[in-house]
Every structure is written in structure tokens, then in C-alpha cells.
Design a protein. Structure first.
Length: 562
């Protein structure tokens, strides 16, 4: 039987009644499908339903073939090893027992036909650039990107007929992304990918867009999808303009008819007062006029209501591309003022360990400025921190934020306040509303002031009252960004660790818009080069295990080369 995914009338809502999927129908055969939709539209929820982690309220899911699932956040057990995540720990234990001379049936059953399991595991790890990772290595020693690659290697070992990937390029450096792209392109079965990675989405065969709880398929990759959607949006905008013009015309017609009816009514009253005709005839004409006026008024009101309905329908067809527009003058740092000084960087243990991804070594030549022993950040600099997985970018950012220590390194923060956004977005208290999370860091602000600030981050109406724990990925990020940027005192040094992870394309654009209003010093650890360019990076730093922290003028070119 050919592998396939079939969803029929799929409906799902969260326990609080918030609908996610509504009568969704979707059929996918062999090939690569990119699943798009705004944050909160239900992409990850749909993958969890297909993987069997969630059950829909109604509808049916048919999966023809075994399923492999790579979630956004890996459930890593404390003390787990690479073998545990690969799913081969029991097989390896039995294999080693047999090698020591054990001949129990249980050991041979556990091994089955997987006598070469270690060789195949090393092969898949090497294929993904993890040749230096040992099968007994503890997962806690790996970077987030390395853990994702190990989880992907586990799926490649299994070779399931259906593969579900949720933001697989999160935390991956440029070289690792390239190897993942190769693995995706060579996959023979059914693949459904949730991603905001434009490069990955150019490699899919079709796009499925989730909107309003339903799915729609578009042939072709991301470029073809965006071209078609642009044409559809242009047509929708024209329909809105036409419908709005019709509403205005119907409003004018209704007003004109009301003026005419008023004139007739005044004339009738005048005729009745002068008694120019018999009373019975005038009363009959009055009743006829009233009926005719009511009919005419009702006709125009119906036409106006129909025009307003057409306008509302046309407006629904236009995408909600709400934009964040904030101005944060209190975060301003004068040019030349020192906000951060780090010394002792060259003496750190940036020793060569495992093979470290594929962004390449620190550059040399005209664009390079050499390895740094001291890092000074002055004024409203916008600094990009790049480097391969496992190089220590997160560790460095945590040290700057004061959440970790680096032996031999001195950190002096001169900024009035420092904001830090970790990869896991665990800044918010899920038990509190979005409003209360912001008030916790801005206690002197009034409720109305906080609401006004949240509105600029697209939390309007009753949305600020929503519990942070129930937010979607993009909503959680906007709430976290608001919590950081609206804090008192406002941060004059902002640290972001892979900020575009889990953000759809529209949300990544909204983040860049929010940062456009930030006036302080900014350090962003990221592999997302399009995003880094969009926020106007003025300085590029590169961290590598073998060479340490270096500065250059041409990091984008270096990363592309990786």
C-alpha cells in the first residue's frame, strides 16, 4: 500500500473552547509538503494529531504507513544519552552482552537483525555532520542544534514511511541546514514539514496552508505559493474596493430616498391641512404613501445590508498582515556610551572538541579583524553573533546576561537594564495573563498604560487577559518581546538567542518591526541571515570552538560559504 495521510472532517478545540481545526480535509501522498499558516493557526497541533499525541473531537485520520515525528521541543530525559535519543540503547546493550559471551534468548531477540546498528548509527550521524558525537555522549553536553540533528538521525535510522517535521531547522547552523536540506530532498516517502525556513520551503513539492481551521493545497514550492497568494490578495483588495464603493452608493441612495419620502410626507400633510380633497380620499392616499415609503425604505436598507455583507466577505479574504509599530525612546543609548565590557575571552577554553557544524572557521583576509580577547559594546550597536552548533553562543549570551559564568572572563554591564530572551521563551509565567506578566516587570505602570503598550504588540481587546500558558508560539513570542521591551527600567542592552525559532514568516517580520523601535544596544545569536540583515546589523561576531570569538566585516558571505 502506498504511504499516505488522509484527514476527513477533522475538528479540534482546546479544553477552554478555543477552536483550532474545523472540518479539516487533507490528503497527502508521497512527496514533500510544506505546511504554512500564521502562528496559532494549528500547524503544530495538526502534526501532534497525526503523530497520535492528540485526539480530535471529531473526524478521522488515516495514516497508511508507520510514522516518524520530530517535534519543535525535544522531550529530553535527564541523563539520557545519544543512544537513548536514537532509540538504540537497548539493542546496543544486548549486542555488547552477546559480545561478552552472554547467550540468552532475550539478548538475541533484542538485537534481532540489527547486528550493524552501531555502524549505521555512526553513518547517519556523520551524514548530518555529527561524526565527532559518541553514542554514549550525554545529551546535556550537546547544543540545541546538535540534539535536533541526533533526533533527525534517529528517524533516518528507522526510515518510516511518513515523516512529520516541526520546525526542523531551528537552532541549526548554516552547514547543518545544508545537510538537512539534502536529507529532505532524498526522502522517498510522505513528508509534511512545518517551517519558516525559506530555503527549506523552496525544496517542497507543494504547500498546504492552514487558515480558519481548514487546509488548502497549492502546487509548487514557496515561490509559486507566494506568487499565487499575491495575485489572490490583489484580487481580494480590488473586491474590497468595489464592495466599499457599492456600500457608499447604497448609503447615498438610502439617504436620497429618505429625503424624497420626507418631502412627500410634508406635501401630504399640507394637502390634508388645506382639505383640498375629500377626507376619505386623502386618508387612502396617506395609507398608500406610508406603505410605499416603507417598501422603498426597506428595499434600500436591504440593498445596503447586502452591500455591507459583500464588503465584510471581501475583507475576510484579505490577509491580516497587522504590523507592530512601537517607539521606545527610553531604551536609547547615546553613541559612544559603553554598555558592555568583557575581558579574558582569548583565555577561554574554546578548545577543539567535537566537529563543530559547518559555518567554517573564523575568516582571514581583508574582512577579518582577528580573535578577540576583549569585547566592548558602545552605543546603539546592533551585533550579530554567528557560529556553528555547539560553539557556545548560548553560553556566551547567558554569561553576558548574568545567568552563567565563564572561567577567566570578566563581564561588566554598564547598561541601566539588560533584557535576555532565551531560545525556549521561558520568560513568561504561564499561570498569569499577558497583562499581568507585563505588570510584574513594570509595577509602576497603570493598567491603561500597559494595555496601550500591549496594543502596539497586537494584543488588543480581551487578548491581554489571555493566560500566557495558552498562547501559540508566535503569540508567546510577541508577549515575551512586550514583557522585555516594556519593562521598567527599559533595557538598554537586549540579548536575543535564536529569536526567529518557531516564528512564521509574518511573525519574523513583525519582530523586525518591533526591534526597529528599539534604541539600545542589541546582540542577536542567530543562524537566520535574512532576519539579521532585516534588522540592520552593524557589527558581526563569529564564535568557533577552535579559534574563539572573532570579528569580521563579511560574516554573511562566510556563513553562506558554510
Amino acid at each position: 500500500m502506498c504511504a499516505a495521510i488522509v484527514c476527513s472532517g477533522l475538528t479540534f478545540a482546546w479544553p477552554d473552547g478555543v477552536p483550532v481545526l474545523t472540518g479539516l480535509n487533507l490528503a497527502l501522498g508521497p512527496g514533500r509538503t510544506g505546511l504554512l499558516g500564521v502562528n496559532g493557526s494549528g500547524k503544530s497541533t495538526l502534526l501532534r494529531i497525526l503523530a497520535g499525541e492528540l485526539r480530535p473531537q471529531s473526524g478521522a485520520v488515516t495514516m497508511s504507513g508507520d510514522v516518524g515525528y520530530l517535534p519543535q521541543t525535544l522531550p529530553l530525559r535527564a541523563g539520557a544519552s545519544v543512544s537513548d535519543l536514537l532509540g538504540i540503547a537497548a539493542t546496543r546493550a544486548a549486542l555488547h552482552a552477546i559480545e561478552r559471551g552472554e547467550v540468552s534468548a532475550e539478548a538475541f531477540t533484542a538485537v534481532g537483525e540489527d547486528w550493524d546498528v552501531e555502524e549505521r548509527a555512526h553513518g547517519e550521524l556523520h551524514r548530518l555532520g555529527l561524526g565527532g558525537v559518541g553514542l554514549d555522549d550525554v545529551l546535556a553536553t550537546l547544543s540545541g542544534g546538535e540534539a535536533v540533528l541526533v533526533a533527525l538521525a534517529a528517524l533516518l535510522l528507522r526510515r518510516p514511511a511518513i515523516l512529520l517535521l516541526d520546525e526542523p531547522t531551528n537552532n541549526l547552523d548554516t552547514g547543518a541546514r545544508g545537510r538537512l536540506y539534502t536529507a529532505v530532498e532524498s526522502w522517498p516517502g510522505v513528508m509534511l514539514i512545518v517551517s519558516h525556513d525559506r530555503e527549506l520551503l523552496t525544496r517542497v513539492d507543494q504547500i498546504a496552508e492552514l487558515s480558519g481551521g481548514r487546509a488548502r493545497l497549492y502546487g509548487g514550492n514557496l515561490d509559486a505559493f507566494e506568487q499565487l497568494r499575491a495575485e489572490e490578495q490583489a484580487a481580494a483588495q480590488r473586491a474590497v474596493s468595489a464592495a466599499a464603493a457599492d456600500v457608499r452608493q447604497q448609503q447615498r441612495d438610502l439617504a436620497d430616498s429618505q429625503v424624497k419620502l420626507a418631502r412627500r410626507e410634508r406635501y401630504g400633510k399640507k394637502m390634508y391641512a388645506t382639505k383640498r380633497e375629500p377626507k376619505m380620499i386623502m386618508q387612502t392616499r396617506k395609507r398608500e404613501a406610508q406603505v410605499s415609503a416603507a417598501r422603498l425604505r426597506g428595499l434600500h436598507e436591504e440593498r445596503l445590508e447586502a452591500a455591507q455583507d459583500r464588503l465584510a466577505e471581501a475583507e475576510q479574504a484579505v490577509r491580516d498582515d497587522a504590523e507592530i509599530r512601537v517607539d521606545l525612546p527610553d531604551t536609547r543609548v547615546p553613541a559612544g556610551r559603553t554598555v558592555l565590557t568583557m575581558t579574558g575571552l582569548a583565555g577561554m577554553a574554546w578548545h577543539p572538541g567535537r566537529a563543530s557544524g559547518g559555518d567554517g572557521p573564523a575568516p582571514t583576509g581583508p574582512g577579518a579583524r582577528g580573535v578577540l580577547d576583549r569585547l566592548i559594546v558602545r552605543g546603539p550597536e546592533r551585533i550579530a553573533l554567528t557560529g556553528p552548533n555547539g560553539a557556545g553562543k548560548t553560553t556566551l549570551l547567558r554569561a553576558i546576561a548574568g545567568h552563567a559564568e565563564l572561567p577567566g572572563v570578566t563581564v561588566q554591564r554598564a547598561a541601566a537594564s539588560t533584557g535576555y530572551l532565551p531560545q525556549r521563551l521561558d520568560v513568561l509565567d504561564g499561570r498569569l495573563s499577558v497583562l499581568d506578566n507585563v505588570r510584574a516587570v513594570a509595577p509602576a505602570a497603570s493598567v491603561n498604560q500597559v494595555r496601550a503598550g500591549l496594543a502596539r504588540f497586537l494584543f488588543r481587546g480581551e487578548r491581554p487577559r489571555q493566560l500566557a500558558g495558552s498562547l501559540s508560539g508566535g503569540e508567546r513570542f510577541r508577549a515575551t518581546a512586550a514583557t522585555l521591551l516594556l519593562a521598567q527600567p527599559p533595557p538598554q542592552l537586549l540579548l536575543l538567542d535564536e529569536p526567529t525559532n518557531n516564528l512564521d514568516l509574518a511573525s519574523a517580520r513583525q519582530l523586525a518591526q518591533a526591534l526597529d523601535g528599539y534604541r539600545g544596544a542589541l546582540i542577536v545569536g542567530s543562524h537566520d541571515l535574512p532576519f539579521l540583515r532585516s534588522i540592520g546589523v552593524t557589527r558581526w561576531l563569529h564564535l568557533d570552538r577552535g579559534t574563539g570569538l572573532a570579528e569580521g566585516q563579511d560574516w554573511p558571505a562566510q556563513d553562506r560559504a558554510g
